[in-house]
Design a protein around this ligand. Structure first.
Ligand code: ZN
Length: 80
């Protein structure tokens, strides 16, 4: 995609960047929510269930890492 797509980089008003930032925020919130629920269940659920929950959190963390990489890559390539 060329620099013309998704708004004007000069003003920092890039709709694609905004979308990527929203996706990063959503992914981060999911990860934090997962951790909060896992810690809340610590000692309540079985250790196997607890480990499984932490594994889910790890996957959500990876998803949020990817979302951040995508945002950073976009800013680097687009210069916005
Ligand atoms: Zn951009």
């Amino acid at each position: 995609m060329g620099p013309e797509v998704g708004g004007s980089p000069e003003t920092g008003d890039c709709s694609e960047k905004m979308q990527l930032a929203e996706a990063l925020l959503a992914a981060t919130e999911k990860h934090v929510k997962c951790l909060r629920e896992s810690y809340r269940n610590m000692g309540i659920v079985s250790s196997e269930d607890y480990k499984a929950a932490l594994h889910t959190c790890d996957e959500l963390r990876e998803a949020s890492d990817s979302a951040r990489d995508a945002l950073e890559a976009h800013i680097r390539e687009h210069g916005c």
